[in-house]
Design a protein around this ligand. Structure first.
Ligand code: FMN
Length: 371
């Protein structure tokens, strides 16, 4: 089945007139939102049979939530929460919707999404196109899924950076009762100035406002960029501990362009194309960031590892570096719908071969034991 996707369907989807990646994504979202409706339970059960894989060894309880497996869908795929009932049928153990902003916004002008096939990568500068927090609130009222749903919050483009805290807070208030965990996204390269909010003096008012509203009711995480220096990561980790955040998501897309095979997009140098790169080129750095966070916290702050995961081996590297959960976006586009099941089966084998009883024991196990 996976070979069918890679050998036949993917080449058809990736080529030809209708191959514009954003057009394709919107068609996929239309199909998924149709499959999402309450009437489609039978079709969803067929997808479950094909793609879900139950593995008690890989389940874990984190923040009081039951994650049936560690592989989740990363933010940006289902920005408006139109497919939260059907996406679990593709095997995911959690789904992160968003990024959602307080105000609806259309994002950057098209084209804004490009495949770098030779690099197993994607370049995007979508710019948080989404229908806004109120629309997501209405949609999530009809949520039918049992797996954890995270909500990723971003700053609206029209809100000035100095009012960022109120903007995040506005969305959080609307959505608080509907998400299982929340993410402060300050790491997208596609909203002007957003990443400057990773500086601790700009981050503090946002975390303070959200935690005051939160009163420890919902797990709150921060998602960071792979392009931060080690000392900036360290400062964010300290702030996360100070504000009792529940975890860190590492990482978002990179603005670096080195080491790419793709040099031109539509006749223009890749160096000149704005946006963030995801997929294979970000894999090693995101694992490095996971490692740094784990070392600093000695595993006391849960990490969601994301960036360039295509296989069980990739996921295992991040788990043993310190990630409790993994997320995928680009890999799913390249590998197709059987990917999650394949990774889960591979992770079970890894556990067995390494002599671990369960996934939890493997988290951070690549670090030398310090006593
Ligand atoms: C087209 C596209 C849109 C994305 N949109 C968002 C977003 O809205 N919010 C966010 O936090 N991350 C977004 N991301 C980043 C992913 O969630 C993830 O952090 C990154 O792509 C690295 O993982 P990957 O290599 O598995 O894709 C987006 C990624 C892609 C490819």
């Amino acid at each position: 089945m996976s070979d069918l996707y890679r050998s036949i369907l993917r080449p058809v989807l990736f080529s030809g007139v209708k191959a514009d990646p954003e057009f394709l994504h919107s068609q996929v979202m239309r199909s998924l939102s149709w499959l999402n409706s309450p009437q489609q339970t039978w079709l969803r059960s067929q997808l479950n049979r094909l793609y879900r894989y139950e593995s008690p060894q890989l389940s874990q309880t984190l923040w009081g939530l039951n994650f049936p497996n560690p592989i989740g869908l990363a933010a940006g795929f289902d920005k408006d929460g139109v497919a939260t009932n059907v996406l679990p049928s593709f095997g995911f153990g959690h789904i992160e919707v968003g990024t959602v902003t307080f105000y609806a916004q259309s994002g950057n002008p098209q084209p804004r999404l490009f495949r770098l096939v030779e690099d197993l990568a994607v370049l995007n500068r979508m710019g948080f196109n989404n229908q806004g927090a109120e629309a997501l609130q209405a949609r999530l009222q009809n949520r039918m899924t049992g797996i954890p749903i995270g909500i990723n919050l971003g700053k609206s483009k029209i809100t000035p950076l100095e009012s960022a805290a109120e903007d995040y807070l506005g969305s959080f208030r609307l959505l608080k009762s509907l998400g299982d965990y929340f993410v402060v996204n300050v790491s997208s390269p596609n909203t002007p100035g957003l990443r400057s909010l990773q500086a601790t003096d700009q981050l503090e008012p946002i975390l303070s406002a959200l935690q005051t509203e939160n009163q420890s009711e919902k797990p709150l995480l921060i998602k960071i960029a792979p392009d931060l220096e080690a000392e900036d990561i360290s400062a964010i980790v300290k702030l996360a501990q100070q504000y009792r955040l529940d975890g860190i998501i590492a990482t978002n897309t990179t603005i670096r362009r080195d080491g790419l095979k793709t040099q031109m997009i539509r006749g223009k140098s890749i160096q000149e194309e704005a946006g963030g790169i995801s997929g294979a080129p970000v894999k090693a750095r995101s694992t490095e960031v996971i490692r740094l966070i784990w070392q600093q916290t000695q595993g006391s702050l849960p990490i969601i590892g994301v960036g360039g995961v295509f296989s069980a081996e990739d996921a295992w590297e991040k788990i043993t570096a310190g990630a409790s959960l993994i997320q995928i976006y680009t890999g799913w586009i390249y590998e197709g719908p059987t990917m999650v099941k394949r990774i889960l089966q591979g992770l079970e084998e890894k556990l067995q071969r390494s002599g671990f009883d369960d996934l939890t024991s493997a988290i951070g196990s690549a670090h030398p034991v310090t006593r």
